[in-house]
Design a protein around this ligand. Structure first.
Ligand code: GDP
Ligand code: MG
Length: 603
């Protein structure tokens, strides 16, 4: 297809504003998915995506669209529209921005009953940074609660132009979708590139498929790629043979090659997405390009957590499961770790909290593993009194007593909320050591608050607090914004004098006492009485800051049944043994698995 007949676009939206549903309607209206094959959220392939209604990996699909530019003869020009679906969540910003770089235009989709939300803004800013042409669209106009007049004005106020330029559609009924397709052709610029130059193709997604190996999605910028030729990855210089090249429409359809401006997939037989990295440039092996396309960085994990099998004998299975997930998710990091309390496990690094949640859920669901996940932590850079720098991702490795300076990661937070909640939310942000950067009214009752805040304060249940304090009306987005030094300390929890490493946490000095009392109180309720008294203490170094006691009991289960009934006695003994298996010993203290899970679950 010649570039003038190609339009590459993506849909950017806040979660739930209807991106996947609109994509479904486009597939149907352009005829690439037959009516009988249509199912909701056609492009969201992973089960967990469909269930949770979120898009995790982006996908691309090519659709033909005929415009009526012939004078009422019904004949028109057929364009190739490439729609690139982007993940809507902040954790995947790097993937979103790679997808955006593959497009010339973006549909800014906003729920006509909700208005602009935090991720609408975050994604809009990314699109503007990539110089994309923006088409503003209100969705769900079939809803009785829709208020298109109000939100068209809000959108026009945000991106300029008149409220009349804002298209109104319903992804559900299909209303307005044809007009939107026409507008994509009319407004979004055709791709430009040099057909005679060496090939340069940007990888914007890389997916592991158990049958076909790694499927790499690319956007061609210059030159062309053909089947069976050798290609080179510009970041590593590794070369591969192109076994297959094609377009998704939406099922994979092999083609004779891809040229300037086209979007498609290629298969090289590599088995691991790390060999075909999002953001890398692919070029011809024989006549390679000299300069890679802009923008390859390795996504850096922001949030760390220890993952342990509840049953120690599942350790090898856990390792295998992580190895498998890594094939399809290059951003997942892990290394073996041992905990005195929890045994053998892995310290894992994630892009954010949602990423952590998705991985732990997939481990449980697809690999059938029972796991304990320790409280999420961020990366601290510690300078010791001897001038050494240590990177700490696990609180138990904090060089206690030798710390000269600590710095913690900071993020820029954007919160959108109705104006009535501004006071409450400002209080919450201040209590999380946020510093206000600015506040803007998007319309008369919707406000955007911008804060700088330590990431460590956000990973600890900030989102849940924000939702509950605003009846669910606030939305949140954040992006990394460097680091700052802070007065942090490590709080340890001790059971009968023994440190329980899984409960150690790095917190701000002003909050150490609150953390210590919360954990000791919680554990007092969770740990059953033992044959002896068990003190539970919270400490900073050698200094005890909180203390609770579990009183001793004499546990004599057999005393209850008087002599005679031997089978009953045996049953009770069996039951007690069964219970023991689910206990972890911390020194002499028996701690039920459930206590670890409950104490670490943070509510
Ligand atoms: P995404 O998170 O942006 O991909 O949003 P989805 O496409 O998954 O839609 C979120 C929810 O809104 C689903 O329950 C959809 O059925 C619903 N929805 C999407 N578009 C429309 C629409 O045009 N009208 C109505 N009434 N509901 C819609
Ligand atoms: Mg979706």
């Amino acid at each position: 297809t010649p570039p003038e007949l190609i339009r590459n676009f993506c849909i950017i939206a806040h979660i739930d504003h209807g991106k996947s549903t609109l994509a479904d309607r486009m597939l149907q209206i352009t005829g690439v998915v037959a009516e009988r094959d249509m199912r909701a959220q056609y492009l969201d392939r992973m089960d967990i995506e469909r269930e949770r209604g979120i898009t995790i990996k982006s996908q691309a699909v090519r659709m033909p669209w005929q415009t009526d530019d012939g004078p009422s003869t019904g004949s028109g020009t057929v364009y190739a529209l490439n729609m690139i679906d982007t993940p809507g969540h902040v954790d995947f910003t790097y993937e979103v921005s790679r997808s955006l770089a593959a497009c010339e235009g973006a549909i800014l989709l906003v729920d006509a009953a909700q208005g602009i939300e935090a991720q609408t803004l975050a994604n809009l800013y990314l699109a503007l940074e990539n110089d994309l042409h923006i088409i503003p669209v209100l969705n769900k106009i079939d809803l009785p609660a829709a208020d298109p007049e109000k939100y068209a004005a809000e959108l026009a106020g945000l991106i300029g132009g008149s409220p009349d330029d804002v298209l109104r559609v319903s992804g559900k009924t299909g209303m307005g979708v044809e007009a939107l397709l026409d507008r994509i052709v009319a407004e979004i610029p055709a791709p430009k590139g040099d057909a005679d130059a060496p090939a340069r193709a940007m990888i914007f997604d890389s997916v592991y498929d158990s049958y076909r190996g790694v499927v790499t999605y690319v956007r061609m910028v210059d030159g062309q790629l053909s089947p069976r030729e050798r290609v080179q990855m510009m970041s590593t210089k590794a070369t591969h043979e192109l076994l297959e090249i094609g377009v998704s429409s939406p099922e994979p359809t092999p083609t004779k090659g891809l040229g300037v401006g086209e979007v498609g997939y290629l298969i090289t037989g590599v088995k691991d997405v790390r060999q075909s990295k999002v953001g890398d440039t692919i070029t011809n092996h024989r006549k390679p390009a000299t300069e890679a396309l802009a923008g390859y960085t390795d996504p850096k994990p922001m949030v760390f957590s220890g993952i342990y099998p509840i049953d120690g004998s599942d350790y090898a299975d856990l390792r295998e499961a992580l190895d498998k997930l890594k094939l399809s998710d290059a951003s997942l990091q892990y290394e073996p770790e041992t905990s005195v309390a929890l045994g053998f496990g892995f310290r894992c690094g994630f892009l954010g909290l949602l990423h952590l949640e998705i991985i732990t859920e997939r481990l449980a669901r697809e690999f059938d593993l029972d796991l304990i996940t320790t409280a999420p932590s961020v990366t601290y850079e510690v300078t010791t009194d001897t001038g050494e720098t240590v990177t700490v991702t696990n609180p138990s490795e904090y060089p206690d007593g030798r710390v000269a300076e600590v710095s913690e990661p900071v993020v820029k937070v954007g919160i959108l909320l109705p104006k009535d909640y501004v006071g409450t939310v400002m209080e919450l942000c201040q209590s999380r050591r946020g510093s206000l950067l600015g506040m803007d009214y998007l319309s008369e009752d919707r406000v955007e608050l911008r804060y700088n805040m330590p990431l460590g304060e956000i990973v600890f249940d900030f989102f849940d607090q924000l939702k509950s304090k605003t009846q669910g009306y606030a939305s949140l987005d954040y992006e990394p914004a460097g680091s700052q030094t802070a007065d942090l300390v490590k709080v340890d929890i001790l059971l009968q004098g023994d440190k329980v490493d899984a409960f150690s946490s790095i917190v701000h000095r002003d909050k150490a006492y609150a953390y210590g009392t919360m954990m000791t109180e919680r554990l007092r309720k969770l740990i059953p009485r033992q044959q002896f008294e068990v003190p539970i203490q919270a400490a900073i170094g050698a200094r005890i800051i909180a203390r609770e006691n579990i009183r001793a009991i004499r546990k004599d289960v057999l005393a209850k049944c008087y002599g005679g009934d031997i089978t009953r006695k045996r049953k009770l003994l069996e039951k007690q043994k069964e219970g023991k298996k689910r206990m972890k010993m911390v020194g002499r203290v028996e701690v039920p698995q459930e206590a670890f899970i409950a104490a670490l679950s943070g509510d």
